[in-house]
Design a protein around this ligand. Sequence first.
Ligand code: GDG
Length: 468
Amino acid sequence: MGRLVVVSNRVPLPSERGAKAGGLAVALADALQPGSLWFGWSGRRNARGSAVTHVQRSDGITYATVDLTEADYHSFYVNFSNGALWPLLHYRLGLIDFKSEDYDGYRSVNRQFAAALQPLLRADDLIWVHDYHLIPLAAELRGMGVKNRIGFFLHTPFVPPDIFHGMPRSVELLTNLCAYDVVGFHTRGYRASFLDCVAETLGIHPDPDGRFVWRGHAVRAIVDPIGIDADSFAACAREAAKSSDARLLRESLGRGALAIGVDRLDYSKGLVNRFQAIGRFFGNYPQHRREISFLQVAARSREDQGAYQRLRRELDQIVGDLNGRYSEFDWTPLRYMTRAVKRDTLAGFFRISRLGIVTPLRDGMNLVAKEYIAAQDPNDPGVLILSRFAGAAEEMTEALIVNPYDADEVAEAMHIGLSMDLEERRERWQALYDKVTGSTARRFCTVFLNHLGHADLQPERPTLRAIS
Ligand code: GDG
């Protein structure tokens, strides 16, 4: 295989990794061998924009980044990527704020990225592009004569045609995806939605393996669920559960148990519904008051967007109402933090929690569900409550699967989880742990790169049909 070139919107520069190290850097750790290149945005905004490429090396890996102008940052990143594509891909058509000038900015930044990346490429590089910010990148690179294998992985869900076409310029975005050799999704459902869009919109009928040809170019859509490095997370949790932070947290609970939620502060994560369900739980099951405290860590994100500012205000109010209503002078039902907590500290908190609450309204995968399972004590594991609308629910069927919109159902799952006997907790946890350790970050990378590097991308049975 040739050199691996990873492209993502934000590059986690080694010099900047702090408390919130994680995400893509952890997922790709095994794939990023010395000699690899990681390209993307530096996170900086200035007047020069992408004119200069900054290069730094660490552990044999080259990190090449460009800056964005203030105008590009707003149109490409804030307005189109996060203000239009993100809600679209999470089924929230009502939140889409589409402006054609933002779309032009999105295309322009993808062109700038392609122009900055192209001179750095070698003929046999394998290029792996990540996420919705960069859908047009392969089309731009192809336009510049780049013939390398290029793969794309979408970290969010993909939506059915009726939703997808709610977005202006959707056909252009779809055909842009067809400029990749491999397009990866977390679940069978997302891939099916993409292939439905291809069939309905382009009149092409992919074969059962997700292969099709678009304008002479062979494309393959694959299912490749992302995972975590479960062994190292479990080891980290074992140590962190002995730390002073975990001890202080446990002491603060008295004889009560802990339920934990950890999410970016994002409307897709279902925090409003979750807090309503917690209120319903204490209302419907008063016997559990004082028996359990909820801890929600919701690190602030995308704070320059109106939808996120409104969400934060709404959550502040719900937390205030809930705690005002149910608190006792020596017990708080819901502890709510909007700043990030260190990764190993979180692992320890997961381990000492009796319930893990993961109830997004939509989520591509949700790694917290996997981390919670990896962190548990095998002798006394906690119970995972998981939304049916998280990609993780396709695999993690032994969790208590809930509809996050149904406050009564989520409250009941909390009651069931708290009342569950040790034998059932162990059985469920073991089955989930086997899945989490079998579908790791390493496997995710290997599967994708095998398809990108070795797959015979010629469709076996291409079937082309024009729209009549
Ligand atoms: C996107 C997709 C998909 C969270 N708070 C803190 C913190 N975290 C860590 C978690 C976890 C990661 O961030 C979040 O991953 P998720 O998967 O839950 O969600 P997104 O950030 O929305 O990620 C998602 C993912 O891409 C991968 O494809 O699963 O569906 O939306 O690792 O533990 N880490 C630290 N402090 C925090 O306060 N250190």
